[in-house]
Design a binder for this molecule. Structure first.
Ligand SMILES: NC(=O)c1ccc[n+]([C@@H]2O[C@H](COP(=O)([O-])OP(=O)(O)OC[C@H]3O[C@@H](n4cnc5c(N)ncnc54)[C@H](O)[C@@H]3O)[C@@H](O)[C@H]2O)c1
Ligand SMILES: [Zn+2]
Ligand SMILES: [Zn+2]
Length: 379
């Protein structure tokens, strides 16, 4: 079938409204084969990981259809698909697990080796490419590629959800929620009564902040370079805020917590934020990072202090989530009003508004903008 999709052919610098890295094309989409599902994409989030790929901070195999955080409605299923059926509403997420590799066997589906290989090579975990333009293969992004009216995904990327959940909110559960909430409840496993600093208050960081509050943290200190983000974090439950640009930002956090936080969670994707997060922790503290800077970025820590302070540094991919377990439980928190993800939506864009949307994300003027491939509203 012919579908409208955004395609990136080469990386570009912003302003994207001038360089136009996302081109709107009519691409050919193959029907779903064995183990594959055709989904009508209803809502797709604009995540900083897409921005990093578009501007070349994080490499991708070109050309490709971006977007890895979405919701949609199942249209058609391929042979052997048993876990979803036409008409199902679903969250689409970016690490389908094969169930047979050693990471899946260890109970770490977020590290699935088959998904890792497929992601690097730009195909689905079924081994197939489904998108073409003028006969040329167009690559997939993390098995999702949701900046498209319709998309074919592996069955494992499609998690059915209840039909009363608004699809424009459900989309955020595909990345921002599982990454931010998962970093707090799975990777860090923050206990009640802890002191927590969250660095970087975008779609991912604000989810982490709400999860820290929900976990019963005694203090949740929100840290960002933008005062607007700090003010918004207070509205969402932060007990304190610190501007990371202040030369004494680390000292401010140490003073607020009499020596440093139990946990710092870094979700800015900036090496300076991880360094600050490490420094903000108390002796014996833990810093968790889910930010994704340039692949060559490093963290320089004094080893003797790491040892004598009994510190922990942890990476967190996909919030260390088991999607079939965690997406329903996080949706249940949202349904109860405890995780008001809808408040993180900054507005809607259409295909033509995607480049401007990524400019707004780069400038810090938006939290989570959502593409509605079948809608007409643009902000
Ligand atoms: N590990 C994963 O599985 C995973 C998944 C999704 C996103 N990510 C990464 O998480 C990061 C956040 O994504 P997002 O979509 O929320 O981004 P975003 O652009 O919406 O938010 C980033 C925030 O960090 C702030 N910031 C910049 N420099 C800072 C500093 N020095 N100290 C504190 N804050 C600072 C910005 O002002 C902004 O508010 C990105 O690096 C993204 O690639 C990782
Ligand atoms: Zn993302
Ligand atoms: Zn696997």
């Amino acid at each position: 079938m012919k579908v409208k999709a955004a395609v990136v052919f080469e990386t570009a610098a912003h302003p994207f409204t001038e360089t136009q890295p996302l081109k709107i094309e009519e691409v050919d989409l193959d029907p779903p084969g064995p183990g594959e599902v055709l989904v009508k994409v209803m809502a797709a989030g604009l995540c900083h990981s897409d921005l990093s790929a578009i501007e070349g901070v994080r490499p991708r195999k070109m050309p490709y259809v971006p977007g890895h955080e979405a919701s949609g409605i199942v249209e058609e299923v391929g042979e052997g698909v048993t876990r979803v059926k036409p008409g199902d509403h679903a969250v689409l997420f970016f690490v389908p697990n094969c169930g047979t590799c050693s990471s899946c066997d260890r109970g770490e589906p977020y590290l699935c080796d088959t998904a890792y290989e497929a992601r690097s090579d730009g195909h689905l975990i079924t081994g197939n490419h489904k998108i073409r333009l003028n006969g040329e293969v167009i690559n997939h992004t993390s098995g999702v590629s949701c900046y498209s009216e319709y998309m074919v995904l592996a069955e494992g990327s499609v998690i059915p959800i209840e039909k009363d959940i608004p699809l424009e909110d459900a989309a955020l559960f595909g990345c921002a929620v599982i990454t931010g909430v998962g970093a707090v409840v799975n990777t860090a496993a923050i206990p009640p009564g802890a002191t927590v600093a969250v660095l970087g208050l975008g779609g991912v960081g604000l989810n982490a902040m709400m999860a820290a509050t929900l976990s019963g943290a005694e203090r949740v200190i929100a840290v960002d370079v933008l005062d607007d983000k700090l003010a918004f974090a207070r509205q969402l439950g932060a007990t304190d805020t610190v501007n990371a640009s202040d030369p004494d930002a680390v000292e401010q956090v140490k003073e607020l917590t009499k020596g440093g936080v139990d946990y710092a969670v870094e979700l800015a994707g900036v090496p300076a934020a991880l360094e600050a997060g490490y420094a903000m922790c108390r002796r014996g503290g833990t810093v968790v990072t889910a930010g994704l800077p340039r692949p060559e970025a490093t963290l320089d820590v004094p080893i003797a202090q790491l040892v004598s302070d009994n510190r922990t540094i942890k990476g967190s991919y996909m919030g260390s989530c088991v999607p079939r377990r965690d997406i329903p439980r996080f949706l249940s928190l949202y349904r109860q009003g405890k995780l008001p993800v809808d408040r993180l939506r900054s507005g809607f864009v259409d295909f033509e508004g995607l480049n401007a949307g990524f400019d707004r994300l780069a400038a810090g003027d938006a939290v989570r903008q959502v593409l509605r491939p079948h809608g007409t509203t643009s902000v």
